[in-house]
Design a protein around this ligand. Structure first.
Ligand code: BYC
Ligand code: FE
Ligand code: FE
Length: 465
């Protein structure tokens, strides 16, 4: 029943919204059954559910069968604020959609909304190969929350966009990740996630794009968008935790195996060679850079001017001084070692991306500290931004991970040296073997430091029936 879903948007007293959501809800449940986590409909999973938007107690933990998860609609508490950037800087935020930017706002909300179910579809088969019950539970936590993020965008479409909003909300359940005729909107969300190295890299790098996009939407002059994305960000932290610590645990285990066996090719001893991990990093980092769009973008300039989409931490007192960005230029890199200075507003995608890259570098330092501590010489790295791009200035100018220019023929012939090809993941058949015992962990990944919600690691995080 739609009236029962957890929410703080006064759903009970909003007959129009209730009616729209009541029509959409069964389609959502069909979508979940059709392309949500495969094979675990009756499993009892130890999950957290958002039940309020208060900072201290929004989450409640308990066993739930995923099809019965209580997906809710939450806005972060209202804040006394002014629009923080663009032509509208310092005026009151909008509580309704401003007519002149309706098309742009809808497009951003639909794009954001499209990624959420896409990620669930991409991760659909991973339950079959989880390295532990702890990891299996974390996968499902991410899945139900991404589905809730879909609800968050559907709420905006239903509540603020009328008939075409309802049509877009239906379309969000029709497009499918990787589908030939009706694929998801952004490339990275059509890429297959075949194994758990993909999954950890996806939650590290692609969910982190989510963090930056959501943070820039949290600055929006459209207050309902700002508040819904601010609440989504509280959930996003866990997704990135899963990715960052997942890769760290692989790095740790691989370095232990390297020392134990004195070899780098770890497939033979049940581990992941660090060169293979590096290939996955190369692949998902570069896929995720494409999600920022072109570094020189008139769309981005329009969004910024209109007050729809700001920069990361636009509203923080200590970050940007000039919130109109009408003056000044931003330097972007171009093929052939050249660079260009473009007007600040057109560079908003590049500015957001560069903040993202710095954040990724921080994680690399941590992983390499783990490798250093265990005494192996190998170091992980991020490829340069020109590597493996399909969007932006480098799309037609391939380079290797260090930035050396390649002809298109060279790139096609050699890309398997740097990004995973068919054999790389399956070569480690261990990665495809599930581990299901309480407290048991696959041999290719280290145990995490602690369990979930202060529970021990050998807790039965998923009760398989
Ligand atoms: N793939 O000016 P440009 C998340 C198109 S992740 C395919 O460069 P713009 C999550 C673009 O549409 C966060 N096409 O781009 C993570 C445009 O087409 P038109 C998701 C692409 O518009 C994990 C043309 O290229 N949220 O939440 O400035 C799990 C040139 O446009 C791509 C958002 O993305 C691409 N990668 O920027 C679950 C926020 N990139 O107009 C969830 C909303 C560009 O020529 N989206 N194109 O037909 C936006 O703000 C912007 O749409 C983008 C693109 C930043 C994505
Ligand atoms: Fe999300
Ligand atoms: Fe996420």
């Amino acid at each position: 029943m739609i009236g029962d879903i957890p929410n703080n948007v006064e759903l009970e007293s909003d007959a129009l919204l209730k009616r729209a959501l009541s029509g959409w809800h069964p389609h959502f449940l069909n979508w979940w059954r059709e392309v949500g986590p495969e094979g675990f409909d009756t499993a009892q999973v130890y999950l957290r559910t958002a039940i309020s938007a208060s900072a201290d107690g929004w989450a409640t933990y308990g066993y739930v069968a995923m099809p019965e998860y209580r997906w809710g609609i939450f806005l972060a508490p209202p804040q006394a604020r002014k629009i923080g950037f663009g032509d509208e800087a310092d005026s009151e935020p909008w509580q309704a959609v401003p007519g002149e930017f309706r098309k742009e706002l809808r497009r951003i909300i639909v794009t954001q909304g499209d990624t959420e179910p896409a990620s669930v579809e991409q991760q659909r088969h991973l339950g079959a190969t989880a390295p532990s019950l702890y990891d299996l539970r974390n996968l499902f936590q991410v899945n139900v929350e991404e589905a809730r993020h879909l609800w968050a965008m559907v709420y905006l479409l239903h509540r603020y966009f009328g008939r075409d909003g309802r049509e877009e909300a239906e379309e969000l359940l029709v497009r499918r990740s990787g589908h030939q005729d009706h694929p998801r909107l952004l490339n990275a969300f059509n890429a297959p996630i075949r194994d758990w190295i993909d999954f950890f890299c996806f939650t590290m790098f692609t969910d982190r794009d989510g963090k930056y996009q959501l943070a820039s939407l949290a600055e929006s002059g459209f207050d309902p968008l700002s508040r819904t994305t601010r609440f989504m960000l509280t959930e996003e932290a866990f997704h990135m935790f899963v990715g960052e610590t997942g890769i760290q645990r692989i790095a740790q285990r691989s370095s232990e195996l390297m020392r134990e066996h004195g070899r780098e090719d770890l497939f033979a001893v049940g581990g992941i060679p660090l060169q293979i991990l590096q290939k996955y990093i190369n692949s998902w980092f570069s896929e995720s850079l494409d999600l920022f769009g072109s570094e020189d973008s008139s769309n981005a300039a329009t969004y910024f001017a209109a007050g729809i989409k700001g920069r990361y931490r636009e509203g923080a007192a200590d970050y940007y001084r000039d919130h109109r960005a009408l003056e000044g230029e931003y330097e972007i890199r171009l093929p052939g070692g050249a660079s260009a200075r473009i007007p600040m507003r057109r560079a908003m995608n590049a500015i957001l991306r560069d903040a993202y890259v710095d954040d990724c570098e921080r994680a690399l330092k941590r992983w390499n500290a783990v490798l250093g501590k265990s005494g192996v010489d190998f170091r992980l790295y991020l490829p340069v931004i020109s590597f493996n791009r399909k969007i932006g200035a480098f799309a037609t100018n391939p380079t290797d991970p260090e930035g050396r220019a390649l002809s298109m023929e060279e790139w096609i012939a050699r890309r398997g040296e740097w990004i995973p090809t068919g054999g790389d993941g399956a070569g480690g058949a261990e990665v495809l073997k599930p581990v299901r015992g309480r407290g048991k962990m696959a041999g290719w990944i280290a145990r995490p430091e602690r369990g979930i919600n202060n529970l021990p690691l050998d807790y039965e995080y998923v009760h398989l029936s």
